[in-house]
Design a protein. Structure first.
Length: 108
């Protein structure tokens, strides 16, 4: 836990028994245990909140990347459609000119 070995814990327990006495030691141990549980619970709560925020940030970043990719794809499709539309208009114009002016047609 804190890098304490069994002999170190035993020394701490003996010092606590001498300082607090046998009457107050159980109550002090319960209080210390309750504070330790509360600290672990608080740390766990903070840790889960941070992990949740990190996950939310990752999801937001993924959504932004997907939206950017979608915009790029749409831009490419729009550009391709404009090119095809321009080509169709040009071909139709040329065909209309060819139909209205029979002298410009192919000569045999």
């Amino acid at each position: 836990m804190f890098g304490l070995s069994f002999p170190e814990l035993a020394v701490i327990a003996v010092v606590a028994l001498v300082v607090l006495g046998p009457e107050r030691l159980p109550k002090a141990a319960r209080t210390a245990g309750a504070l330790l549980r509360k600290a672990r619970s608080s740390w766990s709560s903070v840790k889960s909140d941070i992990e949740r925020e990190l996950a939310a940030d990752e999801i937001k970043r993924s959504l932004k990347e997907a939206a950017d990719a979608g915009r790029e794809l749409r831009s490419g499709i729009d550009g391709g459609l404009r090119g095809v539309s321009d080509e169709v208009v040009r071909s139709a114009t040329e065909a209309g000119k060819a139909l209205s002016d029979p002298s410009s047609g192919p000569k045999a």
